[in-house]
Ligand binder design. Structure first.
Ligand code: NI
Length: 135
């Protein structure tokens, strides 16, 4: 697995993006509205690091509860997997708890992502290398 991005929770996506730009980050494409998870997403890059800004666009979004707990803060690392099912099986066998089913992520070309929780390190995201249609 390779690190793909750092997920960063923010209340206001536009405001956060312009602050990251002041720090030298560059926007990677446009903001994506993920209607499945009810969140807005924007990727930014600096020095080879990719930061994913995530903000809720509805009160019942998947991150609304998290935002109350964490405020504006990084909250997950995402790992690129050659074989999503294989890594999922390996990690759940090693004590990670899968918290959703692999679901296409519109912000990442429809490739499937899946989230896991670990009591010692919190949330982890897995991203498949290619969508099922690309294989
Ligand atoms: Ni992510």
């Amino acid at each position: 697995m390779k690190i793909h991005h750092i997920g960063y929770l923010v209340k206001k996506l536009d405001k956060a993006a312009s602050e990251f730009e002041k720090l030298g980050y560059v926007r990677m494409g446009e903001c994506t509205n993920d209607t499945i998870r009810k969140i807005d997403i924007l990727f930014l890059e600096k020095d080879g690091y990719v930061v994913e800004l995530v903000s809720p666009n509805a009160p019942d979004s998947v991150v609304s509860g998290l935002l109350k707990t964490y405020k504006n803060a990084p909250y997950h690392l995402c790992y690129l997997c050659e074989n999503l099912e294989e890594e999922l099986g390996r990690l759940t066998g090693a004590g990670y708890v899968q918290i959703d089913l692999p679901t296409p992520a519109p912000a990442i070309g429809g490739r499937r992502v899946c989230f896991l929780m670990n009591p010692a390190i919190g949330m982890v995201e897995l991203l498949e290398q290619e969508s099922p249609e690309q294989r």
